[in-house]
Design a protein around this ligand. Sequence first.
Ligand code: UDP
Ligand code: MG
Length: 320
Amino acid sequence: MKQICILIPTYNEKEVLPYLYERLQRISNQLANYDFSFLLINDGSTDGTLETINSLRQQDSRIELVNLSRNYGKEIAMMAGFDYAHGDAVIILDADLQDPPELISQMLEYWEDGYEDVYAKRSSREGETWLKKWTSKKYYKVLQKMATIDIPKDTGDFRLLDYKCIEALRTMRESQRYTKGLFSFIGFRKKEILFERESRVAGTTKWNYRKLVGLAADGITSFSIAPLRLATILGFSILTLGMVLLLVFLLKEFVFEMNVSGITGIVSVMMLLSGIQLLSIGLLGEYIGRMFIETKNRPLYFVSSEHRGIVRPEKSKRIG
Ligand code: UDP
Ligand code: MG
């Protein structure tokens, strides 16, 4: 029987956990020809989520728990999930049931057809403010222009990944994570399915605009060094302008022997020099940017406790 691991990053989701468990149970009963396990990553919850998970674990041995030492944010919680996930395929699911678990059967069908990354794209954004919808639309546009890889818009983390993809994702251990970009980066055979994103069943969103802006910035800076390039471009333009001005000044002064004011000469020399300066800072930036991308190799998270079921050894190799 094929093993499917459902990976659920969880942060202060006490209220939704009973609903989640009920839905998961229903789905796993319907798909009885698969062997399910539910891997909950407790991302430093402070509201009794841990106790609720523990009491669910008493009822059902398929529930596994990795308890992180503090709140690291969803991106890192997912990474912990990739490290601890085992099975033939992994499905990432939000705890709040905004990603309908009913889609899992369709994902599994595509997976059986040979697709390795079946991702759910939302056709509507129910229960979100117009401001969030608008900013996200603009953001995807900018990201698409700046990034070197194709990141599908309106796609969250709700997806089925073949174990091959999980192994690939484990090797990418940068700390400023933008997992959505990494899914694109690793490649593999992808399939898109459409769904209506529902509102949360209970509790409140953990995202606020400050966190969203942070994630958006990570998306741009970890996949492009365009902001650093600004100094290079600016420096180059000013340098060109300065050279043209100086040339005009010299021609007027010595070739046409016109009496031009010294200010023009001073300005053009100044532009030339500051252009060269900005250009060199920009060049430094380009190299620092590359180093910045390469040097992120701190441990991403620490685990305070883990409770897992029987894990097939060959499928649970951990890197890092
Ligand atoms: N989450 C997490 N750590 C955090 C914030 C969120 O593990 O620091 C989890 C959360 O429990 C949920 C998922 O990430 O399962 C998505 O969070 P949320 O529903 O708040 O985000 P939204 O759906 O509003 O984008
Ligand atoms: Mg949500």
